[in-house]
Design a protein around this ligand. Structure first.
Ligand code: SF4
Ligand code: SF4
Length: 409
């Protein structure tokens, strides 16, 4: 299966429960942004610009946990900003697991190995016989240094601090926009790709599930994305999300202001997205892509879908962002208020036309993936397609030579 059975059943039970109760709008995934500070400044990132005046703020742990309880989404995607900077990230993950949520930590992975070393220090203290050889293996594979190994063997600096443990309910979701040269160019820092790959390899050895997310921009060379997926397959990465880079205002305005280029040369229009994603259905058979075949058909321009942004709400330091992850007209005090005060009928495309011009070029998963998951506007055969996709075998990536390290030496 592409996704562990227990997780698929958890999501399915949320859909069923709400259907039986007659609830038409509910959350399937919460995009939780406990902070917007980041250790990178990627081209095209709207978050660090839009929330520039509140970059020093962060949500309290209790606010984060209450947001999950309030919207009751089965899956929580902790994003930001860079969530590994959030001072209580370990306690947040532990709290969400106590609530029995599926947790994704969306990270640029610059701090991933640090978190994994903290985990190892705790584990070594409790079971040196098991973790000693693992530490030796990490040194041999140059994923940690001999000095790191010695520090890990001394045990945790703060034994009372929680750690993030591997479980089938948790994914590290690493941001990678291409192989080395492209990724480092987009995130505007050399060495980022190498560090992310070291983190991924170490996480896999320690038994974590790892996914990646890749945004496709106008200049993205799609065969390169295929190379990236092949390379990540060789590292045992469990799943991938591919998203079209859509021109939302803050990212676009920042590009103009900083003279980094023209947004129209960087972001995709709807027609360009469809061209880029023309092979997505084939890719979904060849690689463990996360999503639904219905959404992939939408990306490939084979069908239209309506927007269900209410199903993937965003909660951050200012409140519940509305109407969606991309567009902010207001921040509300509760999920209920976001649902009630947003005129959902005016968003997305209605009968092939966008009534709100900001939705014209949007085909992103936070608007359209839930439409496919929830079967809104489903066509005959869609349910069977989804079942076959989710319960069928996970694709085995065909190995081939890929030069992922093509950046400056
Ligand atoms: S890593 Fe993520 S949050 Fe940080 S600047 Fe890049 S896109 Fe934005
Ligand atoms: S179509 Fe896109 S931009 Fe418009 S409301 Fe939906 S998710 Fe937001």
């Amino acid at each position: 299966m592409r996704f562990p059975l227990a997780l698929t059943l958890k999501i399915a039970s949320t859909l069923l429960r709400n259907r039986l109760r007659g609830v038409s709008k509910f959350a399937t995934v919460l995009q939780l942004e406990p902070l917007h500070a980041c250790n990178l400044k990627c081209t095209g990132c709207g978050r660090i610009r839009e929330y520039a005046s509140t970059l020093k703020d962060h949500m309290s742990l209790q606010e984060c946990l209450d947001a999950a309880t309030e919207c009751d989404a089965p899956m929580i995607s902790i994003c930001g900003g860079e969530p590994l900077i959030y001072p209580e990230i370990e306690a947040l993950v532990a709290g969400l697991r106590e609530q029995k949520r599926i947790v994704y930590i969306c990270t640029n992975a610059l701090l991933l190995r640090r978190k994994l070393k903290e985990y190892l220090a705790r584990q070594f203290q409790q079971n040196a016989a098991k973790y000693g050889p693992l530490i030796d293996r990490l040194v041999a594979e140059e994923l940690i240094s001999p000095e790191d190994a010695a520090t890990i063997r001394q045990g945790p600096k703060d034994p009372s601090k929680p750690i993030i443990e591997p479980t089938k309910w948790l994914y590290w979701n690493v941001h990678l926009d291409g192989i080395e040269a492209t990724h480092d160019l987009i995130v505007e820092r050399k060495g980022t790709f190498k560090e992310a790959i070291l983190g991924i390899r170490m996480a896999k050895i320690l038994g974590y599930q790892v996914a990646t997310n890749t945004t496709v921009y106008k200049e993205t060379h799609m065969p390169e994305v295929e190379d990236l997926l092949t390379y990540l397959g060789s590292l045992g990465v469990d799943g991938h999300t591919l998203s079209p880079g859509y021109d939302y205002s803050d990212a676009a305005e920042d590009m103009i202001r900083t003279g980094k280029g023209r947004p129209e040369d960087f972001f995709l229009t709807r027609g360009e997205t469809i061209k880029k994603f023309t092979d997505i259905l084939k890719w979904s058979r060849d690689y463990p892509l996360l999503g639904t075949p219905i959404y992939f058909e939408f990306l490939a321009g084979k069908r239209d879908l309506s927007c269900s942004a209410w199903a993937i709400p965003t909660r951050n330091v200012r409140g519940w962002r509305g109407p969606c992850y991309l567009v902010a007209d207001a921040h509300y005090t509760s999920y209920k208020e976001l649902l009630e005060k947003t005129d959902w009928s005016r968003l997305g495309r209605v009968q092939g036309k966008a009534t709100d011009p900001r939705c014209e070029n949007c085909m992103v998963h936070c608007g359209y993936e839930p439409t496919a998951t929830l079967g809104i506007g489903a066509l005959p055969g869609d349910t069977w397609k989804n079942i076959r996709f989710n319960f069928g075998p996970k694709p085995r990536v065909k190995p081939r030579e890929v030069n992922a390290y093509n950046g400056d030496k």
